[in-house]
Design a protein around this ligand. Structure first.
Ligand code: ATP
Ligand code: MG
Length: 438
């Protein structure tokens, strides 16, 4: 439950989350402070103010009662007009028809309460008749007393100012927190981007450790790891190239000697073995050459596929190619082309009809190669990626291959941050899917 709540309500980004951690207590504090202020302080202040006005009115009524009989209250009314901010008049013989306060609101309720306490007479309150003033009519025994007072006498405007300050200051705090937090999050984002770039086989050498100690530590560890992996790859490539290259010389010598030897049946097999070894070695060399040094460039995938497919067609493959729109990806063109050729060659070699579809998905490009051949049984789908692994040995087909094609293809695609997934095609053959991030 809690997990669900945090998952659905918490912002996804680190910046969002940290800002929420800062802002939540702030908002909570403000709400509590505002509530306490409103509920106790403001109410008390308003009641005190209303009691003041009600008391003033009550004292005037008391004075009028003492003047009883003369019915000329102008002299009395001068006092509230001059000293209390209350302008009063008297309508003799009038009776208040409406007994209820006309307007209802917090201020009016408070005032009504105070008036009830102070005068014990019926009255009406109207705060809308005159702008920023309140009109109070009080029923006396033989007439109605009209009182007009400024709202200011009943209402504490500091409330608004206080609230404004509260909201304003928290907004300012939020802005400052956003700026600071963004600067803290930036190095983490840069690290994530660098790791992502490196995973996709792109150059991320511009990356430098920065930010808080922990982030810096992670960045330094990442750089060390990257160098280790790069060293490892270079070493492997160099060794592969060295061994292949060095083996070539004795191999050529052996071939020469074979040419000179007298023709017997046993030698033909030897010759075949030697030429197979040569193919393998040149495959290794090609791979080693490609892996070393080639830079990623933005490549038009449909152009590349058109070239590869037309080459395969020339060799007799029946291929149906379909590319959705124009797709450009960052790849090392030579090696990536190699892995495409390997997959398409396999399909052409082991099947009759091949369908090739390419489409852009959310964050990756999908290259799907379907064929109608025998396919690869599920339990061998991992093994076929191993160097020199061939099902044909048990299938006993005359399909000459070394068993390096898929291993090279997977190595290359993984080097681009992608993956090759083997599956069953809709027509029962093999479906090879290259998933390439971009
Ligand atoms: N499209 C396919 N249909 C059926 N089997 C396949 C297909 N692609 C590959 N295989 C099987 O997987 C094995 C490994 O393929 P891989 O491309 O690595 O080697 P290869 O094709 O035998 O030799 P190479 O490609 O090095 O010349 C193949 O020997 C074959 O048995
Ligand atoms: Mg192959």
């Amino acid at each position: 439950m809690l997990k669900f709540l945090t998952k659905s309500f918490l912002p996804k980004s680190l910046l969002g989350r940290s800002l929420m951690i800062v802002v939540m207590p702030l908002v909570l504090l403000q709400v509590i402070a505002g509530y306490i202020f409103y509920e106790s302080h403001w109410r008390k202040v308003s009641l005190t103010l209303s009691r003041g006005v009600a008391g003033d009115i009550a004292s005037v009524i008391e004075l009028m009662r003492r003047e009883n009989g003369k019915n000329n209250f102008n002299l009395i009314f001068q006092v509230p007009a001059n000293h209390m901010g209350l302008s009063m008049s008297y309508s003799e013989g009038k009776i208040l028809s409406d007994m209820q306060p006309t307007a209802s609101g917090k201020m009016e309720e408070t005032l009504a309460k105070a008036l009830r306490e102070a005068t014990a007479r019926s009255f009406t309150i109207n705060s809308e008749k005159i702008d920023r003033h309140v009109v109070i009519d009080v029923q006396l025994s033989d007439g109605v007393l009209h009182v007009v007072t400024a709202r200011k006498r009943l209402f504490s405007t500091t409330t608004y100012i206080f609230l404004l300050w509260m909201v304003g200051s928290s907004l300012a705090l939020f802005a400052v927190a956003t700026i600071f937090m963004r600067n803290q999050v930036k190095p983490i984002r840069r690290l994530a981007e660098a790791a992502d770039e490196f995973g996709k086989g792109r150059d991320a050498s511009k990356f430098k450790p920065e930010g808080a100690t922990e982030v810096r530590q992670a960045a330094i560890a990442f750089i060390a790891m990257r160098e280790r992996i790069q060293r490892h790859i270079t070493q492997r490539t160099e060794m592969l190239a060295g061994v292949s290259h060095d083996l070539r010389t004795p191999l050529t010598r052996m071939k020469l000697q074979l040419e000179l030897a007298p023709e017997t049946s046993g030698l033909t097999n030897l010759r075949d073995d030697l030429s197979e070894m040569e193919t393998m070695l040149s495959g290794y060399l090609d791979f080693a050459k490609g892996e070393g040094g080639e830079k990623q460039v933005l490549t038009n995938l449909s152009n590349m596929l058109n070239i590869v497919v037309s080459q395969a067609r020339r060799k007799g493959g029946v291929i149906d190619l379909h590319v959705e729109g124009e797709i450009n990806v960052h790849v090392r063109p030579k090696v990536f082309k190699r892995s495409l050729i390997n997959l398409i060659d396999n399909a052409v070699r082991y099947a009759e009809h091949v369908s090739l579809r390419v489409g852009k998905r959310e964050s990756f490009v999908d290259i799907i190669i379907d064929d109608d051949g025998p396919g690869i049984p599920e339990e061998s789908r991992e093994d076929v990626f191993k160097p020199f692994f061939r099902i044909e040995e048990s299938r006993n087909l005359e399909t000459g291959g070394v068993g390096l094609g898929l291993s090279i293809a997977r190595d290359v695609v993984r080097g681009h941050g992608g993956e090759i997934i083997l599956d069953t095609s809709p027509v029962g053959g093999l479906r090879a899917r290259i998933r390439l991030p971009y």
